[in-house]
Design a protein around this ligand. Structure first.
Ligand SMILES: *Cc1c(COP(=O)(O)O)cnc(C)c1O
Length: 491
C-alpha cells in the first residue's frame, strides 16, 4: 500500500486533547518488557485522550439522541412495540437462569426445562394448540418452521404434489417470503370491499395443488376475520392446511383461541405479544403451536410433559430436525413467563381489551382528519388513509415525518400495501389516555398544516440532528462505521 503523506493532522476525535487521561491505570506489577521488536503495529491507530466526565457526557448525550419505547410513544403498527416490564429483566438475570450453559446436560437443568414447559403450558391454553415448540427465534422463523412441517406432513401422506401456498394481498411480507423460502409457489388471495378475505376468490384459488393458506387474524388491516371458520373449512375441504400468522395475538389474548377457529398451526411473537424485547432483530421468539396431526413433525427435540413432568423427547423419527440451537432464546422464555404470571389467568384478557379499546379510541379521534381504510371497529391497531392530502402534494410519509417535529415516533406507513397512503397505528394496551390524546392532537395539527402549509411537511423533520433520510439507501448502502479523517485520507 502506498500511503500518501497526510497534509495537516486533523483532530480525529474532536473532544480529544493531547495528554488528557480519563482513567487511572494500576501500577505494573510484572517486569516491563520492550515490545518494540514487534514493530510499530499500532502507529496508525489514534486513541481519544479525554477526561472521564467528558467521555461520560459524550456517550450519555449520544444515547439521548435515540428514540425508544422508554422515551416516548411508539405507535408502529404490525410491530407491537409495547413496554418491556423491568420485572422481566429482574427474572432474566437470576443467576440460576443467566449462568447456566446451553451445553449442560439436560438432567443438570431441570428448572430451565420446567420454565420452558410452563411457558408452553400457558401459550397452549391461550391458543388452544396442544403441542408447541419454542425453537424459532423470530416470527418469520416460526412461519417457515410451520410450512416445513406442513411440507413434511404432506409428503408423509402422499400429497407432496401440493406446491402452492395461498397468501392474502394484505399479508406481511414475511408470509410470501417464508413460502418461497420453503420452495412453494405463492398465489395471492384478494381482500373484499369490507376488508375480509374474498370468499369467492378463495374458493377459486383452492385446489389439489394447494399445500396451505397463510392467514393473519386479526389481519394486518387490524380487522378480525368474521368468516374465519368458513375460510378454514374451505381450505380443509380442498385438503389444504391453514396456518395462522399470530403476530397480532395482542388483540385476542385470553379472549378467543385460534385453534378453535379451525387453524392447524400458528406462530406467536413473544417479542410482540408477550412483552419480551425486540432486541434489534436479535433475540426474539416465534413460538409455534400445532394440532396433533402435525405434532410428529415438530422440530426436535420436543419439550413436552409426560405424566405432568417436563421432559425432552429426542426420539422424533418424523421431525423436520432442529431449526435453532438448543431450546431457542431461553431467557426470552423466562421474560415471557414473568409477564404471563404477573398478569395471571384473570389479568391476561385485560391486555387485549385495552389494546382494542386504545386502537378504537385513536381511530375515532382521528376520523375527521384521517378516515379508517374500512369503516368498522378495529382490533388492536387501526389502518387509516391519508389519500385525501395527496391533492395538496402531501403524502402519508410527510405527515409521519412532521410528527417527529412534534416529538412522536411515526406510525407505520404504506402497509398494508392495498390501502392507499396507509397510516397504521398500534397504540398497544400500555398507553394512557393522556398519551393517546397528545398523539392525536399532534397528528390532527399536522393534518391541518398539510392543508394550510404543505411545504412545511415536505421539509420535515426540521428539529432533529438529521433531516429527511433516504431510507431505501440507508438499508441498501449500509455505512455505520465511524471513520477518522486520517484513515479516510490514507486509504
Ligand atoms: C412482525 C410480523 C411478522 C414477522 O415477525 P418477525 O419476528 O419480525 O419475523 C409476521 N407477520 C406479521 C403480521 C407481523 O406483524
Amino acid at each position: 500500500m502506498t500511503t500518501k503523506a497526510v497534509p495537516t493532522p486533523q483532530p480525529i476525535f474532536e473532544k480529544s486533547r493531547p495528554g488528557r487521561i480519563g482513567c487511572n491505570m494500576p501500577k505494573c506489577d510484572t517486569p516491563e518488557v520492550d515490545l518494540t521488536f514487534l514493530g510499530p503495529l499500532r502507529e496508525t491507530v489514534e486513541w481519544p485522550e479525554i477526561a472521564e466526565l467528558d467521555l461520560l457526557r459524550h456517550f450519555t448525550n449520544l444515547s439521548h439522541l435515540n428514540y425508544g419505547i422508554e422515551t416516548g410513544f411508539y405507535p408502529l403498527g404490525s410491530c407491537t412495540m409495547k413496554y418491556n416490564p423491568k420485572v422481566n429483566e429482574r427474572a432474566a438475570i437470576f443467576p440460576g437462569f443467566a449462568n447456566i450453559h446451553p451445553m449442560q446436560p439436560e438432567r443438570s437443568v431441570p428448572g430451565a426445562i420446567e420454565t420452558i414447559a410452563q411457558v408452553q403450558d400457558i401459550l397452549s391454553e391461550l391458543t388452544g394448540f396442544p403441542s408447541l415448540s419454542m425453537q424459532p427465534v423470530a416470527g418469520a422463523h416460526g412461519e417457515m418452521t410451520c410450512l416445513m412441517m406442513i411440507k413434511a406432513y404432506n409428503s408423509a401422506r402422499g400429497e407432496a404434489a401440493r406446491t402452492v401456498v395461498l397468501v392474502p394481498d394484505s399479508a406481511h411480507g414475511t408470509n410470501p417470503a417464508s413460502a418461497a423460502r420453503c420452495g412453494y409457489t405463492v398465489r395471492t388471495v384478494p381482500t373484499d370491499s369490507q376488508g375480509n378475505t374474498d370468499l369467492a376468490a378463495l374458493r377459486d384459488a383452492m385446489g389439489d395443488d394447494v399445500a396451505a393458506l397463510m392467514l393473519t387474524n386479526p389481519s394486518t388491516l387490524g380487522l378480525f376475520e368474521p368468516n374465519i371458520e368458513e375460510v378454514c373449512r374451505l381450505a380443509h375441504d380442498a385438503g389444504a392446511q391453514v396456518f395462522c400468522d399470530g403476530a397480532n395475538m395482542n388483540a385476542m389474548v385470553g379472549m378467543t383461541r385460534p385453534a378453535d377457529h379451525g387453524f392447524d398451526c400458528m406462530h406467536l411473537n413473544l417479542h410482540k405479544t408477550f412483552s419480551t424485547p425486540h432486541g434489534g432483530g436479535g433475540p426474539g421468539c416465534g413460538a409455534i403451536g400445532v394440532k396433533p396431526h402435525l405434532a410428529p413433525f415438530l422440530p426436535s427435540p420436543v419439550l413436552m410433559r409426560k405424566e405432568g413432568k417436563a421432559i425432552v423427547d429426542h426420539d422424533r423419527p418424523l421431525s423436520i430436525g432442529r431449526v435453532s440451537g438448543y431450546f431457542g432464546q431461553f431467557l426470552m422464555a423466562v421474560r415471557a413467563l414473568t409477564y404471563l404470571l404477573a398478569y395471571g389467568r384473570d389479568g391476561l384478557p385485560q391486555i387485549s381489551r385495552h389494546a382494542v379499546l386504545n386502537a378504537n379510541y385513536v381511530q375515532a379521534r382521528l376520523a375527521g382528519v384521517l378516515p379508517a381504510a374500512y369503516d368498522r371497529p378495529c382490533m388492536h391497531e387501526c389502518v387509516l388513509t391519508a389519500a385525501e392530502y395527496k391533492k395538496a402534494g402531501v403524502r402519508a410519509l410527510d405527515l409521519s415525518k412532521r410528527l417527529i417535529d412534534h416529538g412522536f415516533h411515526p406510525p407505520t406507513n404504506y402497509f398494508p400495501l392495498i390501502v392507499p397512503e396507509a397510516i397504521m397505528i398500534e397504540p398497544t394496551e400500555t398507553e394512557a389516555k393522556e398519551t393517546l390524546d397528545a398523539f392525536c392532537d399532534a397528528l390532527i395539527a399536522v393534518c391541518e398544516e398539510a392543508v394550510q402549509d404543505p411545504g412545511a411537511l415536505t421539509a420535515a423533520p426540521t428539529t432533529q440532528v438529521v433531516g429527511r433520510l433516504d431510507e431505501a439507501a440507508a438499508v441498501k448502502v449500509l455505512d455505520i462505521a465511524w471513520k477518522s479523517n486520517r484513515t479516510a485520507a490514507s486509504v
